[in-house]
Design a protein around this ligand. Structure first.
Ligand code: 3IO
Length: 334
């Protein structure tokens, strides 16, 4: 009897262990660089919930916002080496690394995040650029069009003279053309730089007025309609390869949907954030004159030429890629 009991106990233990591991399935770690309230982390939590639901809990996603697992600049490498299974990169932080998808960061006057995100996703699907060959791309999206948020009033373009503004990627070059002092750094370092006075403001989308409480310090906003920042959600290649086919299908099916969800969310959220900033901190919003918008556009033109040269250098058909992006933009804007 004793023997039977202990045998039974042993087999129950074994069944439990097996059952537990079968039920728990796979846990994927997902690293993000900005703090939890920001839109890249909001979309991350949405994706996690969708994946856990659609895989009936077979996949669990453990999220790490706020650079707790990987930071803005070691994200790409960290995912490639498996320090995190999944990571969020802002491609503008990696100059020269993404010669094709950086086309989305050019000054082509996107006015909708949903459109920009769809264009980015379609461009990736169409060209399958080799710059992403070492990772699996799960989804892509962009920030909303960028504006100046500043501690000093920028009422006209000439007020930009010598003004230190945080930005990344193509916006840095436009700023220098406009006489401002662009300072390159990831969003995750910007709160401290603003606090310490290293920069007087930043150029990004209005969501951060609320999510990082920048409205408290940056009481002056200037509508500049500068480029969107492109984002890619990447996964470690070996971890992807090891997933069961049905899980891969769930994740692949989510790619485009997630781009649309994030674009819609941010289009809606940036207006809310600006309204909140006006209400809570009485921030002022300045618009420029038509002549000044023409001047901004003019400062953007050399960037397009420079992007083409870099793309050709990287062996890409720059003209065709740019034309395709503009065609997709027109299609989704129609
Ligand atoms: C951004 C980046 C991190 C968190 C919130 C954000 N809102 C807009 C952006 C885009 C940007 O400025 C960047 O550096 O990627």
């Amino acid at each position: 009897m004793r023997k039977i009991m202990s045998l039974m106990a042993a087999s129950i233990t074994l069944a439990c262990l097996m059952g537990a591991s079968a039920m728990a399935g796979t846990t994927l770690t997902y690293a993000n660089f900005p703090p939890a309230p920001t839109f890249p982390c909001v979309q991350m939590e949405h994706w996690k919930a969708e994946v856990e639901k659609r895989t009936n809990g077979n996949i669990a996603v453990q999220t790490f916002p706020g650079s707790t697992l990987l930071g803005a600049k070691n994200m790409l490498r960290g995912v490639q080496t498996g320090q995190a299974d999944i990571g969020c990169i802002s491609t503008a932080y990696y100059p020269g690394v993404f010669p094709l998808i950086s086309v989305v960061n050019l000054p082509v006057a996107f006015t909708s995040t949903e459109v920009a995100s769809l264009v980015m996703w379609d461009m990736f699907q169409k060209y399958q650029p080799k710059e992403f060959k070492d990772v699996k791309v799960l989804t892509m999206f962009t920030s909303a069009p960028s504006h100046v948020m500043s501690k000093v009033a920028v009422k006209q373009l000439s007020d930009l003279k010598g003004l230190e503004l945080r930005a990344s990627g193509s916006i840095l070059k436009i700023l220098s053309g406009l006489g401002a002092q662009g300072v390159g750094m990831p969003m995750s370092q910007t709160p401290e730089a603003l606090q310490k006075g290293v920069v007087k403001g930043l150029v990004s989308s209005y969501d951060v007025l609320k999510d990082l409480n920048f409205a408290e310090q940056c009481r002056y906003e200037t509508v500049t309609n500068l480029p969107v920042y492109p984002f890619a959600i990447i996964m470690n290649k070996a971890r992807w390869d090891a997933l069961p086919a049905e899980t891969k299908k769930v994740l692949d099916d989510l790619g485009r949907e997630q781009a649309v969800w994030t674009g819609k969310y941010l289009d809606d959220y940036t207006s809310q954030a600006l309204a909140w900033a006006k209400e809570k901190y009485q921030v002022e919003v300045f618009e420029l004159t038509d002549t000044e918008y023409v001047e901004i556009k003019k400062q953007g033109e050399p960037l397009i030429t420079a992007w083409k040269a870099d793309a050709v250098e990287a062996g890409l058909d720059a003209e065709a890629i740019l034309a395709e992006m503009l065609a997709l933009k027109a299609k989704y804007e129609a």
